[in-house]
Write a protein that binds this ligand. Sequence first.
Ligand SMILES: O=C(O)c1[nH]c(=O)[nH]c(=O)c1I
Length: 310
Amino acid sequence: VDLSVSWLGLTMANPLYNASGVMCRSVTELEQVRHSAAGAVISKSCTLQPRDGNPEPRYHATALGSINSMGLPNAGYAYYRDYARSYPYAQGKPLFLSISGMTLEDNLSMLADLASSALPCIPEVNLSCPNLPGKPQLGYDPDACAITLAEISRIYSGPFGVKLPPYFDPVHFSQMADLLNEFVGLRFVTCINSIGNGLVIDPDTESVVIKPKDGLGGLGGSYVLPTALANVREFARLLHGKHVVGCGGINSGREAFMHILAGATAVQIGTCLYEEGEGAFARILDELRALMLQKGYRCLDDFRGKLKTL
Ligand SMILES: O=C(O)c1[nH]c(=O)[nH]c(=O)c1I
């Protein structure tokens, strides 16, 4: 069984890597992912300056997934750029850098610096952080997205992608796809970021479970799987000549298989990785391999995007 993925002029031994935000804020964590069975590495969304993020508790897991309102804690762009400078690309695991500037100017200055560094790492521009009090997410403002993507395309000539929030209406899927199809440098979209502003309640303590935003936070894990699959399938259908990376609700080979069946080129693991640790990669790959063997598939292209309808 061949799990390899060839895209963006590179090849990954397998389609799995971490979701930005999980096991990727420090070099120690990034190296943990790099030394794991993951096929690639992505860094925590970064801002120009370091940030502490929101007050704790800001992450909580339940039997069905997770809720977080981290508030973009990160070591600052230069820290991740320096990691990208020393990264051993020749070992065959691509590095993605998640960029999430507080302003358009910050996004552009980070990407301009990245362009001038001529490093083979690939930016994933985060249009969907749901946890900055007072800041609406770009991903839900098509006009702001158009401006951001036009400006990025002017200063960044290499391949890049965007991390999208979940959409819930066919009109929004086609509106965003029409916009994204305009940008040839945009090579992939990652669907989805957490489902924003859920509320988890503990009836025993009669309290919310995270401190920021009076308990509101982005949902991940099993809670979001059907929404993630819908976004993957719709954007895989609507985008021309671009890849979709699946993210959301992958706990085993079965969900990884579903995402790829829906059209995903590669898949990211978030909540499950946070809860289980880096061993999740090898386990999920074994499960995916077994499922493919059972079904008689020899490679991912044998079933990628071949979800049946009734
Ligand atoms: O609160 C966060 O740091 C965060 N949390 C998320 O669930 N998605 C994001 O893109 C971000 I930047």
